[in-house]
Design a protein around this ligand. Structure first.
Ligand code: ZN
Length: 313
């Protein structure tokens, strides 16, 4: 079992981010919590009905963060998968909603509709024929046959692709499956969240992390033992320095900066988002880890209100 677990990015205003991902893209809001390392800031999680690994995009909304710039040492694009037949629907929807998007292109044979979120984050919808039979979360106005199925994957922009590639294939369970121009594609065992494309861009401008940037990409580990084995391999075979395991309430994580400069995380599949509230009401209430529960009143007073239009219809 291998693939992307979640992607975490930096946004501006929380309310605008919430509206875009729940209403325009139709993702489910699966967790309202805070940044455990900066609890005066939200940590907002969007995904499928239960927030399965491979579907979850999360944000730290830092309203006053300076705009980021995509470049070397960063995730260039984060892509969701939709049924190939839904590309036309989404193109019309983006025109309708005023979402800035590029002309349709093909990547490894699949149609790709690239667009930017309200903070300028580079996102795409990739049309995949088999996605038609994959489960879809629907709420609001997006018909289930067109809904997002989870991640397709990410594109990483690095100066030297070989060392990043070695970590993907040797530690994270990916296989090199093809090349197209400057993109090399790696595929995990899971279809959803299964693609990492490396764009080798020697000599390009370095990226600058900020609003609209991906903060880190998390990869899946089945359990603590396989996560520990991966961490050991990072140290012994790749000279990496992963952190100790941190309890992130919904998964347990180790972090390391891969050789291309991008922050990677390895997160366990368990326990998942239903650990502190029922699946039916995911995202309704502010959830805090036990060590922050005593500060609930103070935190609720500083966090902006989100209008919970994202519950099931
Ligand atoms: Zn993470």
């Amino acid at each position: 079992m291998s693939g992307i677990h979640h992607v975490t990015a930096i946004s501006g205003k929380a309310v605008r981010n919430f509206d875009f991902y729940t209403r325009v893209l139709g993702l489910r809001f699966v967790k309202k919590t805070v940044n455990f390392d900066d609890p005066g800031t939200y940590h907002l999680y969007y995904g499928d009905r239960v927030g399965h690994p491979g579907t979850v995009l999360t944000f730290f909304p830092w309203e006053h963060a300076a705009a980021g710039r995509v470049g070397v040492g960063q995730t260039q694009q984060t892509a969701f998968r939709i049924p190939a037949s839904a590309i036309g629907y989404w193109t019309h929807r983006f025109i309708d909603k005023g979402v800035a998007h590029d002309a349709l292109e093909k990547r490894f044979g699949d149609p790709v509709l690239s667009f930017a979120d309200p903070d300028g984050m580079k996102v795409a919808l990739v049309g995949v024929a088999v996605a038609e039979s994959e489960p879809a979360w629907t709420a609001g106005e997006i018909p289930s046959e067109h809904a997002i199925r989870g991640f397709q994957g990410v594109t990483l922009m690095v100066g030297d692709g070989a060392r990043t590639a070695a970590i993907l294939t040797d530690v994270l369970g990916f296989k090199a499956v093809g090349q197209e121009g400057s993109l090399v594609r790696f595929q995990a065992s899971e279809a959803i969240g299964g693609v990492v494309d490396i764009r080798e861009a020697k000599g390009f401008l370095a990226g600058r992390q900020g609003r609209g940037s991906v903060h880190h990409v998390a990869f899946r580990a089945a359990d603590d033992a396989s996560q520990a084995a991966m961490a050991r391999k990072l140290v012994s075979d790749h000279g990496m320095h992963p952190t100790q395991q941190l309890n992130r309430q919904y998964f347990r994580s180790v972090y390391f900066r891969e050789p291309g400069g991008i922050l990677f995380e390895i997160a366990t599949d368990d326990p998942g988002f239903a650990v502190d509230e029922p699946v039916d009401t995911l995202g309704r209430d502010l959830k805090l880890p036990p060590f922050l529960e005593s500060r609930r009143k103070e935190l609720e007073a500083v966090l902006p209100e989100l209008h919970a239009a994202a519950s099931a219809s």
